[in-house]
Ligand binder design. Structure first.
Ligand code: ZN
Length: 210
């Protein structure tokens, strides 16, 4: 802020503490708060300083100093940011790391200014990466030996997600009428298509065998 800005800010302070305007104070405040703009947050910082409840051990008349303005202004802006992060909106063109950082800073500044609304972290939604989602749909499904339709999945991934190479019920033939799938072959629907799950009778039969 310029010395003239500082004079306006000191006038706002005077409304609370009756300080007298002085050329030296105006110059000193401008120097101390050189990097702060004279905006509504800066004026609010003064009001917040004088409206804050008395702290334990605090006595006497309050007297605002430049560092108070800085601290309260930061607090006001942090409150606006809160426990929030702005949603990531990918730009039309791919960006470099430094471009992202610059854009991110501008976005955070916009939220602190109150020009943009942040989205609470808890309300962010999103599913897993498509490749993971695709792999997860096969978890728990029987994997016959000759299954050419399963998406490729590395063996260690199968282990990590607890998939067995072959469910135990596939070790026995299906006893269900109309299916009678031989051992190691998946159960079939009445239309001859592969069933996602083995018939209950087959699962029971495999259980009996153990
Ligand atoms: Zn069956």
């Amino acid at each position: 802020m310029t010395p003239d800005d500082a004079a306006r800010l000191l006038a706002a302070c005077a409304a609370f503490d009756n300080r007298q305007p002085s050329e030296i104070a105006k110059q000193a405040w401008a120097a101390a708060l050189r990097d702060l703009p004279l905006d509504s947050d800066t004026f609010d910082a003064v009001a917040r300083f004088y409206s804050a409840p008395a702290q334990p051990g605090e006595s006497g008349r309050r007297w605002i100093e430049p560092h108070h303005v800085r601290t309260w202004r930061t607090k006001i802006r942090d409150e606006r940011l809160g426990a929030t992060i702005p949603a990531y909106e990918p730009p039309a063109q791919p960006e470099t790391g430094s471009e992202f950082t610059r854009r991110r800073r501008a976005q955070l500044t916009a939220i602190a200014d109150g020009r943009e609304t942040a989205i609470p972290v808890g309300s962010l939604t999103g599913g897993p990466h498509p490749s993971v989602a695709r792999a997860l749909t096969t978890v728990g499904r029987p994997i016959p030996e000759d299954d050419g339709e399963q998406p490729y999945m590395p063996a260690d991934f199968r282990e990590r997600v607890g998939m067995e190479a072959r469910p135990p019920e596939l070790s026995v033939p299906c006893p269900k009428a109309g299916c009678k799938a031989p051992a190691r072959q998946p159960c079939k629907t009445p239309h001859g298509r592969r069933r996602q799950q083995a018939h209950q009778a087959r699962i029971d039969a495999a259980g009996d065998q153990q």
